[in-house]
Design a protein around this ligand. Structure first.
Ligand code: OAD
Length: 245
């Protein structure tokens, strides 16, 4: 668990920051019951995310990839934002300059009310036509396989950034601009293994921000952050807004 003095230091930073960036990963949604990618419960039929979340896997077997997404859709549809998601909304409302960068595709930040955000890996409730590239919302659970585009009849895929694909230019531009200008960067519930997000903490640090990590365990980012608080996001993040004693 976090040491009291580290928590106090971070609360002071939160209280005085005028420009905050929050980066989240699967750990924040774990507290809402969504399995993380690299935890034991993240496996589906013994496949890892890296085996299924690729353009090659989809080309080889779109049905299998859609079955995996249907499993994830069903799981996520029943989940609600937790106190950590809600605290991030409050930070957004209190702080003059704020940006949330999430790697999560579950949409729980939007459900909580976050508005200033980049969903850099996409959103599970959006689909894209592999032929005409039309992007639209699809909340079906399950999606009928194979899903077809209403416009051109082409095969639909999840509108998610898969391994080996590039993030949207606009998301990268906004994220790096926010990381370069912030004075506080909070890294919550990410293993820090997937780039470019894994490099975001060091960008914020290089540009002078106070960087803090909140995670159940130490990660590859822990040595470079100013404060590392160990514990559940849903327990620790709300404490950041408690009055300073
Ligand atoms: P990971 O599954 O790699 O890591 C989850 C992190 O959350 C780990 O460091 C855990 O220790 C931590 N954690 C678990 N439960 C927690 C809790 N209750 N409170 C705080 N921390 C907790 O997930 P990501 O880092 O998000 O990409 O993975 C990054 C990307 O890899 C994902 O966006 C996804 C994946 O493959 C794509 O799908 C493209």
């Amino acid at each position: 668990m976090a040491s009291g003095s580290d928590l106090s230091r971070l609360k002071e930073q939160v209280a005085s920051a005028t420009d905050i960036v929050v980066l989240t990963g699967a750990g924040i949604s774990a507290d809402s019951g969504v399995p993380t990618f690299r935890g034991k419960d993240g496996l589906w039929r013994n496949f890892r995310a890296e085996d299924l979340a690729t353009p090659e896997a989809f080309e080889r077997d779109p049905r299998l990839v859609w079955e995996w997404y249907n499993w994830r859709r069903e799981l996520i549809a029943a989940k609600r934002p937790n106190p950590a998601h809600h605290t991030i909304v409050e930070l957004e409302q209190r702080c003059r300059h704020f940006w949330l960068i999430t790697q999560n595709v579950d949409g729980l930040h939007r459900d909580a009310g976050s508005q200033k955000l980049s969903e850099i890996h996409g959103n599970i409730w959006m689909v894209r036509c592999t032929v005409c590239c039309h992007v639209f919302e699809n909340r079906d659970v399950p999606v009928q396989i194979p899903p077809k585009c209403h416009d051109c009849g082409g095969l639909l895929r999840p509108h998610i950034v898969w391994f080996g694909e590039s993030l949207a230019d606009e998301d990268l531009r906004r994220s790096y601009a926010a990381l370069r200008s912030c004075n506080l960067c909070l890294i919550i519930g990410t293993s820090g293994l997937v780039y470019p997000a894994a490099g975001f903490a060091s960008v914020a640090k290089e540009f002078g921000a106070f960087v803090a990590e909140i995670n159940l365990d130490s990660t590859s980012q822990s040595p470079l952050v100013d404060v590392s608080l160990l514990g559940r996001a849903k327990d620790i993040v709300p404490l950041l807004l408690d009055p300073i004693q």
